[in-house]
Design a protein around this ligand. Sequence first.
Ligand code: ADP
Ligand code: ADP
Ligand code: MG
Length: 451
Amino acid sequence: MLNKVLIANRGEIACRIIQACHELKLTVVAVYSEADADSLHVSLADEAVCVGPPANKDSYLNVANIISAAVITGADAIHPGYGNLSENPDFAEACEACKITFIGPPSQVIARMGDKAAARRVMREAGVPVVPGSANGIRDFPDARAIADELGYPIMIKAAQGGGGRGIRVIHNPEQMAEAIDQARAEANSSFGDGELYLEKYIEEPRHVEVQILADNHGNIVHLGERECSIQYRHQKLLEESPSPAVSSSLRRRLGEAAIKAAQAVDYQNAGTVEFLLDERRRFYFIEMNTRIQVEHPVTEMLTGVDIVREQIRIAAGEKLSCEQGQIWFNGHALECRILAADGDRDFAPSPGRISQWQTPVGPGLRIDSGVTTGSIISSHYDPMIAKVICWDQTRAGVIARMEGALQGFKVEGIRTTIPYHLRILGNAYFRRGEIDTHFLERRMESDKGG
Ligand code: ADP
Ligand code: ADP
Ligand code: MG
């Protein structure tokens, strides 16, 4: 049994996890940086510990301070949220060493899937289709040239330890290779402290379709269907929905089976997401597994009624999954908009500042996961995502209309947000027809064309 959970995160996901803990009658310890003393997640928690100065690396990434905070407050578990330390195997291992339950998979599983080049190998051996690419990390430039010549151009160069869309380069011919490798390696080194790269065939007009899975420590595993996450800027998701307009029930069954196979191949435990690309012929390919709760998990929660964060905590406490595959239903349609403190019309330039007014809409089929309130200070030290709006309705057209109404119901002053940009996406004719791929924003939004 767990009694007290420390949440090693901030913002909307910390608030979301606090709600799940309180439902389960668990005491919550928040951690915060010096910049976040007055933030919403601190005020919602039962106890709070300052873990360092504002910069992420000094506070929310400060393993020693976070573990100390858990020990001092007597927390018996840590939920890492997403980003920050959530996919850091050393952190999970430090928890294990201190007899603190890490709410996520075992550290070895995080390590295995965290190396994306190695994960591809594991999946291929397990019979999960992967994007054609290098069998391992690339050694040097001639090695990369030889592999690329064999695969054919265009090629995507990716960081083995990559995440958040960083360390990725697309090249269309061999002449671009040397410079792109240098750039990707430099970005990978500075973002992830590891310069290892690998190659994948570039899929021309893919959809990003991912499958949510849940696995307990008793060998039970289910999938909760797919999320379509093709609306991306710089390889980062902006709007997600489920079901995917491109996924039939038979494709859903095959995707679900592949995701479960992927999870079983690494003895997965807890919540995880298997990401696939879907090509124009509806063939799917594994790209990576995220070993954590994802930003867009509420889409699946709205559709299935399964509380994924509650399941995560129950699984970590050693309980069995609360549902079997046959009890999971995909009902209606769900849509999420990530609200960033950023200007969608200026290349998503961050817009820090003080929120002088924050008024949110109300209505049926509407969920707002927010980490801010009137008076909150948006600091440039952190990710600009401040809230998520999630809507549900029986049909796709219905949920789009509901989302438009919800976004129009926001009154936010003091900072810029992506709400006007989201409204343009929702009004786009291609989007409304479900004709989307990962290039939607650059190709379909520039002139709002779509006929
Ligand atoms: P998810 O896979 O859950 O949808 P993303 O792929 O958008 O999340 O981002 C992956 C992780 O990287 C998230 O945990 C997010 O907090 C973090 N992240 C997203 N954007 C950035 C950024 N610009 N800088 C640093 N971290 C980021
Ligand atoms: P990250 O770890 O940064 O999330 P991913 O491997 O998940 O990186 O890829 C991020 C995004 O980049 C995908 O959602 C997709 O839009 C694009 N992408 C990744 N691999 C390919 C590929 N082989 N071909 C085309 N697009 C790709
Ligand atoms: Mg990804």
